[in-house]
Design a protein around this ligand. Structure first.
Ligand SMILES: *Cc1c(COP(=O)(O)O)cnc(C)c1O
Length: 453
């Protein structure tokens, strides 16, 4: 079996298989990996998904990417191991539904991809008897999803850096209560400073002996598993071959790229709605054809979407026939007409986000947190522009409302009930190290810790 190959969006690096793309992360030419061709799933295969549980759908969607590098039986096992939680589809009205991707161990949709990527990487390391150190900076959701996903995975050690003053108690506890192969380091400073320390460590010749990886959101392993839930939702909501509307609250555009790829693999889409918060560089680009990133990014309520230049935009541009470099410069324009035909994007303000949380609750008993509220409001904007005509629609809720108890309580006067994974955090003891925001201290720490382990 010839493995599917992945090429770089910058087109100056050689194509690699899934194993190498996963272990490398970013391509050597600073581009992002994309499959050379998208495998097509036959309509009969899609129709069969209706009777399959989530891990089995995941196996069938991901199989073509892993062919030749991962035994099918092993992939099926990893899928069963990764997807042990519910994926509820909540009816709202008519054929409109909310897909709740908030039931994983860290209560955000990032669990779906992080758990699969961790298992893939763990498998490939075992195969080669190698080990890997993952160094990552987080402002909240990513760090906890990555740390939880790699917790207990043999051959991998994770160091997570976080700004002590910028993460919520719950977010911090999701990382600091794991222990074993996970170490968390609190720094006095801002997220950007933590990120800068990580970048310096990657470039440091004295640390070259340490096999370091970032496992960040540009890794193709964080993207492919995000195609699965679109197939899953369609298999439950749409008739075979019937196009669906999907609304995805977007920041770095990894989640929406999952839907774009699902579309290329044969999932019928009527429209992909990509609402953003006040960081409106993408809807402006769709409208004007001119792209300008927002620096620094704007602070909005839906904080996991405070992105002034989506890191996956280069991939979207590439799928639509253009080329964008790692700095956000368009080398070659994508097919804007096709983009406008397939996508709909609007910007949702914080005031609209709050109103939407209230109206969804009073109107439909639909409990949303800020990210899901942006998705819902963007979907309403779409409905105002174009009739649904009886098509099925699915709006994504990407985090559990209990992750934002203060905001929800202020708006609705009720406290969302925490799922078990979040509730039990209150009783677990924390363990983390504290360091000053200083590269020399950080390097000494890494070297000592490495010796000690
Ligand atoms: C990361 C995140 C998003 C944005 O997803 P992207 O793939 O970066 O577009 C939306 N909602 C929540 C809760 C997130 O954690």
């Amino acid at each position: 079996m010839v493995p599917l190959r992945f090429h770089s969006t910058n087109r100056r690096a050689r194509a690699v298989d899934l194993r190498e793309a996963l272990l490398t992360g970013q391509a050597p030419d600073c581009g992002l990996y994309l499959p050379e061709a998208f495998p097509r799933l036959a309509p009969s295969e899609l129709a069969a998904f209706a009777r399959l549980p989530y891990p089995e759908v995941a196996f069938r969607v991901l199989r073509p990417y892993a062919e030749g590098v991962l035994e099918p039986a092993m992939l099926a096992q990893l899928c069963r191991d990764a997807y042990t939680f519910d994926v509820p589809i909540q009816p709202v009205h008519g054929r409109v539904h909310v897909l709740r991707l908030d039931r994983g161990p860290t209560a955000s949709f990032k669990d779906f991809a992080a758990r699969m990527m961790a298992r893939w990487i763990g498998h490939f390391l075992r195969e080669r008897r190698q080990s890997l150190t993952i160094l990552t900076a987080t402002s909240g959701d990513t760090g906890s999803a990555v740390a939880s996903a790699f917790h207990g995975v043999e051959g991998i050690r994770v160091w997570v850096l976080f700004p002590i003053g910028e993460v919520s108690d719950r977010q911090r506890k999701q990382m600091t209560t794991l222990r074993d192969n996970i170490r968390t380091i609190a720094l006095e400073g801002k997220f950007d400073d933590c990120q800068a320390l990580v970048k310096r460590a990657f470039a440091d010749p004295d640390l070259r002996f340490l096999p370091l990886s970032s496992a960040n959101s540009i890794n193709i392993g964080r993207l492919l598993p995000q195609t699965v839930y679109y197939f899953y939702a369609a298999s439950r909501l749409a008739r075979p071959g019937e196009p669906m509307v999907i609304s995805v609250p977007s920041g770095n555009f990894g989640n929406m790229m999952g839907a774009v790829i699902a579309g290329r693999m044969g999932l019928p889409l009527k429209r992909l709605v990509v609402p953003v918060n006040g960081n409106d560089e993408f809807p402006r680009f769709l409208q004007t054809g001119r792209y300008a990133k927002i620096e620094p990014s704007r602070n909005c309520l839906s904080n996991a979407m405070n992105v002034g230049h989506p890191s996956n935009l280069a991939r979207l541009v590439a799928v639509y026939g253009g080329q964008m470099d790692e700095h956000g410069a368009l080398q070659c324009a994508p097919d804007l007409d096709a983009l406008r035909r397939d996508l709909f994007s609007s910007s949702v303000s914080d005031a609209q986000t709050r109103t939407t949380i209230r109206e969804a609750w009073t109107g439909h008993k639909l409990l949303l947190e800020p990210h899901g509220a942006v998705a819902w409001r963007g979907f309403l904007d779409y409905l105002a522009a174009e009739p649904l005509d009886g098509s099925p629609a699915v709006v994504l809720e990407t985090a559990h409302p209990a992750k934002f108890p203060e905001e929800i309580e202020r708006i609705l006067g009720l406290a969302p009930e925490a799922p078990p994974a979040l509730a039990e955090l209150d009783h677990l003891a924390e363990d983390y190290d504290r360091l000053p925001m200083d590269y020399a201290a950080f390097r000494t720490y890494l070297l000592c810790r490495h010796e000690a382990a």
